[in-house]
Design a protein around this ligand. Structure first.
Ligand code: AHR
Length: 362
């Protein structure tokens, strides 16, 4: 048979099957191939007809938004990891609103998905909707940030970063760098452009900084949220520069997009972002290491140090689902390993809690 004849033959068979199903005579036919009852197994054309895939796993993914390069990379990683046979991914962008994410979860429940993957914007306010998912028997996997719920069994597991550890590494680098440069602790006057208030990333990075300020006798001049975006990072930095004039020495940005915005504000005020504190540079510290622009700024020393936050969680979430499918119980909290980057030669390694981290070139 040539290709065209084969196709026509297949179409005929498909139509016959469809007619059988519609008239009710076909019950069981599609689910009993090769048993001899349906005759499907004896027909070469029908044998090649697409069989329904009983193993497709439907995953509803509620992403919190698209505020940063990190977030775009994270979304891409999820879409790619599930763009494969055996999975259907339903993706919803929450546009930074928890109410949108709650609506998305309720829609996934109605759609009877097999798993819900939630990247929550902020930590609180999830109890009710997660109870609804549990009542529907749908496992929830958290990715990136966490939720603060009374009952931790409302989610199956979590995968993401240790945001406070990232901050401990960044501030250990700052401590080592200022010591090497002979900058006295009371000269370390910091402004903090925070992430989205109430998000796990903000909570961990702000807490890490607060502890380091206390431990090292640094001065924290001010804190304000830049919502993890470049635009707000620029606005907040412009406001800090107006308020503190030339008192600021260190700008601690809770992600790279804020750092890019802050550098724009610094440079348009006629100042420089760089490593030479004694020449009046403002030392910028950041998190992520995802965007090309931020990595380039780090190569130039305009961002002094970046604590990595790894966004490539798609394959990790898939591996967790595969464990659950095999009936295994994954760890409740799954941390990813992360690095620290700086182009400045003064500090080549830091040690945190007995663990040594090489400071890598960006
Ligand atoms: O939750 C991870 C943080 O969220 C990333 O550091 C930041 O860039 C993102 O928006």
């Amino acid at each position: 048979m040539n290709k065209r004849t084969t196709r026509l033959f297949r179409i005929c068979i498909m139509m016959l099957l469809l007619a059988a199903v519609l008239t009710g005579c076909g019950s069981g036919i599609l689910f009993a191939p090769g048993t001899g009852e349906s005759g499907i197994g004896e027909d070469p054309g029908a044998a090649e007809a697409p069989a329904p895939d009983h193993h497709t796993i439907t995953v509803g993914f509620s992403q919190l938004g698209a505020e940063s390069d990190w977030r775009s990379a994270n979304t891409q990683s999820m879409l790619e990891a599930f763009d494969t046979d055996g999975y259907t991914l339903l993706y919803q962008n929450g546009q930074q609103k928890q109410s949108n994410q709650i609506t998305a979860i309720r829609t996934f429940i109605q759609q009877e998905v097999d798993y819900i993957v939630l990247a929550p914007a902020t930590e609180t306010g999830w109890d009710t909707v997660l109870e609804e998912a549990r009542d529907a028997g749908i496992p929830v996997i958290l990715v990136d940030r966490r939720v603060d719920v009374a009952d931790r069994s409302l989610y199956t597991c979590w995968v993401g970063s240790d945001f406070e550890l990232e901050s401990i590494k960044a501030t250990a680098w700052l401590d080592a760098y200022t010591a090497k440069k002979g900058v006295s602790t009371d000269e370390v006057r910091i402004v903090n452009i925070q992430g989205t208030i109430g998000s796990t990333a903000q909570i961990g990075r702000t807490r890490g900084l607060a502890n380091a300020v206390r431990a090292n006798d640094w001065e924290l001049l001010a804190q304000m949220s830049g919502d993890f975006t470049q635009t707000k990072g620029r606005e907040v930095m412009a406001a800090f520069l107006q308020r503190f004039d030339d008192a600021i020495r260190v700008v601690y940005c809770e992600n790279d997009n804020e750092a890019i915005g802050a550098i724009e504000a610094i440079e348009s005020a006629g100042l420089t972002a760089g490593p030479d504190l004694d020449r009046g540079d403002l030392l910028v510290i950041s998190f992520d290491g995802t965007s090309r622009e931020a990595l380039q700024l780090a190569r130039e020393g305009r961002i002094a140090c970046i604590a990595e936050c790894n966004p490539l969680h798609g394959p990790r979430v898939r591996a967790l689902i595969e464990m659950l499918e095999r009936g295994e119980t994954p760890e409740k909290f799954n941390y990813v390993e992360e690095r620290i980057f700086s182009a400045l030669p003064e500090v080549r390694e830091i040690t945190v809690d007995g663990v040594r981290y090489e400071v890598e070139k960006p």
